[in-house]
Each structure stands twice: as structure tokens, then as C-alpha cells.
Design a protein around this ligand. Structure first.
Ligand code: NDP
Length: 445
């Protein structure tokens, strides 16, 4: 870090105490910006970086709701509208007990650059609640979503702020949220939420998009070395939306995915994950990953432990932030892993990234590799605005083209800035330059 950038970072820590994930996300971007600011003195003069590190608006609200027994619960809702230089705020909602302002800010900050990398006209934001949907009945989830939207609706709009899903928020929750928005506003504003069901304005491929996109990104990284996913052994963590569709696309591209996990443990299936059983267990029954091992004789379940101990050529972490620490990176290097591609947001700790890079493992950062989800959300917004519906093939082809474009931009920018193959540098610089140019052009706002 140059001293100017160091000062900006110190200021971010001082102004945002007790938010380690936000500090980590900011640090990772600032680490890449020294050479950029040396070339663009106008951004230093107008404090462009400092403005990008400060959310435009942060909303925190009470979410009261009653469970099935009539007991009252109070949760906290968040929406951080980070940056609207490129378009309406866009980014998912996360329902998980760990959600706090710092986590939402880290996610919102990452989202700004990710959305810029897609080349689509979308700004960055993120939101959620510390509500834990696990073990809750459908009626309880619906009541919670309705209470959450009863406050959030006033901040949304297809030209203002367009949320989507994230951890704990899938198609079911988006349906409840959309219904309540429509009821309160009396407007059928289809483009106000993405990840909707296909019967009411959702886009084909949105469900698959983040996982498919991460697999496409992995294929692009291997293609630089004249390689492919065909015949590769792949480890995936998580067993949610991103993980399931990363497994599906890797398998379609000829790879063998041997792992999946949840917060209880992981499964290893050397024959390759049986996707039908995985979807049944996690999407239909909302069960645990251990249930997979109960049904598939070739699989074994490991309670606790690290999924990254399983030897693989390609690792795709798709669960949560900081799930791949230094010790896991050491194991991956030792076992001959070729590339790590982040399906989740910031799953790899900074220490682990260093170990991977020093060990010669290619690294695809989440803000590039998992941008397929939000890119396809922008395609959903396009279809809603034009009252159109595209085919699966057409939408997937657009997604594939966007992921190729993101990889190419990151790759070329890393070369231009003197560190070929460093996709962290490439993603941060390319994303920053796009946002900074728009922020600068719009004056001091
Ligand atoms: P889901 O809620 O569908 O799934 C999350 C999965 O990860 C669950 O299987 C969960 O297990 C598991 N998990 C969570 N925390 C841990 C942990 N500490 N260790 C092991 N497993 C864990 O979420 P998504 O698949 O939508 O999101 C996953 C990641 O991808 C997040 O980082 C999210 O921000 C990111 N992402 C998602 C996008 C999307 O379109 N959905 C877009 C871009 C990024 P359990 O059920 O036990 O909690």
C-alpha cells in the first residue's frame, strides 16, 4: 500500500469500528489501487476513493413478527445503499443469524465492483437480517418477510434499489417479499426484485446463474493454460443455491465434483455427486448434507472437519465468508490443487490467498467469479422492463458471454498493471476504474 492509500484505510477503520469483514474487503481493494492512483491524480484530488468507501445511505430497522405459537420476536433489518453511480442499487438480501452492519457493508462494498465488472448498468447495495430461517415453518418465514418488506418497501423501486436473494433468501422468500411490496404499493413493479419465480416475472437461468457463472469462470482460467474442466476432480463447499449449480455446470463440462458441505460437515463421493439426490435433499426437503450420505452408498459424511483436506484439481468455495483459511490453503497446495475459484463472497482469507499465490495456485476472486448471479439479475430487469421472456438457451449464452468478458477484463488489466495472472489485482482495478470514472463525472455528490 502507498502511504496515501494507507491513510484512507486507517480512516475507514477509525470511522467504522468493530466491522472486521468490512475492513478486510476494503483492504483487499485498496491494496490494488496504488498504481491506479499514481496514473489518475484526478481521483486523489476529488477524494474519489474515500467517497467510494463511504455508503451513500445505510438503513437499519426493526422487524417484529410472531411465531406459530404467538410468541413475539424482534429482528434487525439492514439495507446499505452503497453506490449508485452506474445504476440503481443492486445486491441481495441475506437472512442469517450472523448478519450485522459490518457484514452487510462488506458485501455491499464488494457488490459495487462486482456489478461494475459485469458491464451492466447497476450500482451496488446489500441488505438482510439477523433472522434465522432454519427450523422455521413456511408461515413463520412468510410473516417475517412481510414484516421486513413493510419497512423496506419505501426505500425500493426499479429505478432506485433492486434487491435479490443471498444466503437464506431463495425463490420462496423473494415471492413473499414481492407479494408484500405489490400489496403495499399497489404497483406491479416486476423489476423491483430479482430472483422471482418464473410465473411472475422471473428469468430463466437466474437460479442457476451464480453457480454456472463460477464454473464458466473456472473454465476460462484453465483455458489460459490450454486446459479444461474435462476429467478434473473438483471440490465444492456449501450445498445451497450457488453450490448446487456450480456442481451441475462443472459436471456438464466434464469435471467430477467429489464434495459438498453445510455448516455441520461435508460429504465425499468419489464417484461424483449425484445431483438428483443433492437437489432432493437440499432444495426440496431442506435437509442436511448428512442426509445425502444416508442415501448414496458411495458417499461418506465427515462431521466438522475441513472439506479442503480432500484432494482436488479445482476448488470452488460456495458457502460463506472466510470459510477457506490459511490451513486449508496449505492443504490445497500440498494436494496439488491447480485453481481456486470463489463462488461465495470472500470465502478465502487474505492469508490463504497469499499461500495459494505463493504455491502457484490460480485464484479467481468472488467479485469476478460469482458475478454471474447479479449479471443475470440485470438480464431479468431487462426482460421485466421490455415485458419479454427469453429462452433458457439465449439467457445462458448471454451469461456465458458476460463471464468470458469479465475474465478477459481481469486478465488484461492484470497484465496492463504489471502482474500477469493476478486476477485479484485485475478485478479490483478494472472494477474501480469503471466506478471511479462515473463517480468523477457526476460531480461532488
Ligand atoms: P444458501 O443459503 O443457498 O446456501 C449457503 C450454503 O452454505 C448452505 O449449504 C449453508 O449450510 C452453507 N454454509 C453457510 N455457512 C457455512 C459455513 N460457515 N461452513 C460451511 N457451510 C456453510 O446461499 P447461497 O448459495 O445463495 O450463497 C452462498 C455464498 O454465495 C454466499 O457467500 C453468498 O453471498 C454468495 N453469493 C450468492 C449469490 C446468489 O446468487 N445466491 C450471488 C453471489 C454470491 P447451512 O444450511 O448449514 O447453513
Amino acid at each position: 500500500m502507498t502511504s496515501a492509500v494507507e491513510r484512507i484505510y486507517d480512516d475507514v477503520i477509525r470511522r467504522n469500528p468493530s466491522e472486521p469483514e468490512f475492513h478486510q474487503a476494503v483492504r483487499e481493494v485498496l491494496d490494488s489501487l496504488g498504481a491506479v492512483l499514481a496514473r489518475h491524480s484526478e481521483y486523489a484530488d476529488r477524494k474519489t476513493v474515500e467517497r467510494i468507501c463511504e455508503p451513500e445511505r445505510q438503513i437499519i430497522f426493526r422487524v417484529p413478527w410472531q411465531d406459530d405459537r404467538g410468541e413475539v420476536h424482534i429482528n434487525r433489518g439492514f439495507r446499505v445503499e452503497f453506490n449508485s453511480a452506474l445504476g440503481p442499487y443492486k445486491g441481495g438480501l441475506r437472512f442469517h443469524p450472523s448478519v450485522n452492519l459490518g457484514i452487510v457493508k462488506f458485501l455491499g462494498f464488494e457488490q459495487v465492483f462486482k456489478n461494475a465488472l459485469t458491464g451492466m448498468p447497476i450500482g451496488g447495495g446489500k441488505g438482510g437480517s439477523d433472522f434465522d430461517p432454519k427450523g422455521r415453518s413456511e408461515a413463520e418465514v412468510m410473516r417475517f418477510c412481510q414484516s421486513f418488506m413493510t419497512e423496506l418497501y419505501r426505500h425500493l423501486g426499479e429505478y432506485t434499489d433492486v434487491p435479490a436473494g443471498d444466503i437464506g433468501v431463495g425463490g420462496r422468500e423473494i415471492g413473499f417479499l414481492f407479494g408484500q411490496y405489490k400489496r403495499i404499493t399497489n404497483r406491479y413493479e416486476a423489476g423491483v426484485l430479482t430472483g422471482k419465480g418464473l410465473s411472475y416475472g422471473g428469468a430463466l437461468v437466474r437460479t442457476e446463474a451464480t453457480g454456472y457463472g463460477a464454473a464458466f469462470f473456472a473454465a476460462e482460467m484453465l483455458a489460459v493454460h490450454g486446459e479444461s474442466l474435462d476429467g478434473r476432480t473438483v471440490s465444492v463447499s456449501g450445498a445451497g443455491n450457488v453450490a448446487i449449480y456450480a456442481v451441475e455446470k462443472v459436471q456438464q463440462l466434464g469435471g467430477t465434483v467429489v464434495t459438498a458441505s453445510d455448516s455441520g460437515g461435508y460429504i465425499v463421493d468419489e464417484k461424483g455427486i449425484n445431483l438428483e439426490v443433492l437437489k432432493q435433499v437440499k432444495e426440496v426437503e431442506r435437509g442436511r448434507i448428512s442426509d445425502y450420505a444416508d442415501r448414496v452408498p458411495s458417499a461418506r459424511y465427515v462431521a466438522g472437519g475441513s472439506v479442503w483436506d480432500v484432494p482436488c484439481d479445482v476448488a470452488i468455495p460456495c458457502a460463506s465468508q472466510n470459510e477457506l483459511p490459511e490451513s486449508a490453503a496449505v492443504a490445497l497446495v500440498r494436494n496439488g490443487c491447480r485453481i481456486v475459484v470463489e463462488g461465495a463472497n470472500m470465502p478465502t482469507t487474505p492469508e490463504a490467498v497469499t499461500v495459494l499465490r505463493e504455491g502457484g495456485v490460480g485464484f479467481g476472486p468472488g467479485k469476478a467469479a460469482n458475478a454471474g448471479g447479479v449479471a443475470t439479475s440485470a438480464l431479468e430487469m431487462q426482460q421485466n422492463a421490455s415485458r419479454d421472456r427469453w429462452s433458457f438457451e439465449h439467457t445462458e449464452a448471454r451469461l456465458h458471454e458476460i463471464m468470458r468478458g469479465i475474465h478477459a477484463r481481469c486478465h488484461e488489466t492484470a497484465e496492463e498493471y504489471g502482474d500477469p495472472g493476478n486476477l485479484v489485482l485485475g478485478a479490483n482495478v478494472a472494477g474501480f476504474l469503471t466506478v471511479a470514472e462515473a463517480v468523477h463525472a457526476q460531480g461532488l455528490v
